[in-house]
Write a protein that binds this ligand. Structure first.
Ligand code: ZN
Length: 110
């Protein structure tokens, strides 16, 4: 097992499927790839998260508040290498209790 503690919020996503998809929580329009790449660059963790504006509805929100599909924003990750079985719900509930925050599962294949 590997523990990733990047010291800032980052987007964890499967590495076998290209760029992650982020969509507008209001109108569901996908953020274009250029904007995704721009907003995934490291930023100062002591400053507010970068803001992206939806090309369809015009709403602006922090990049971390966009809807993710198969990925998750976070500042802590537990990586289970060569783990093919699904994690038990009771284990995930225990992790959420231990972390004090919701836990997301991101499947990554190399
Ligand atoms: Zn929108």
């Amino acid at each position: 097992m590997e523990v990733r503690l990047p010291g800032r919020v980052e987007l964890f996503f499967p590495t076998d499927g290209g760029l992650p998809l982020l969509s507008c929580p209001r109108c569901k329009r996908d953020l274009d790839e250029e904007a995704v790449v721009k907003h995934l660059e490291p930023h100062n963790p002591f400053e507010p998260a970068p803001v992206a504006t939806c090309a369809a509805c015009g709403e602006s929100r922090a990049i971390e508040d966009w809807t993710t599909d198969g990925s998750a924003f976070g500042n802590l990750a537990f990586v289970f290498w060569n783990w093919s079985s699904p994690l038990r719900a009771s284990f995930l509930a225990e992790m959420e209790e231990w972390c004090g925050r919701p836990v997301s599962v991101v499947h990554e294949h190399i």
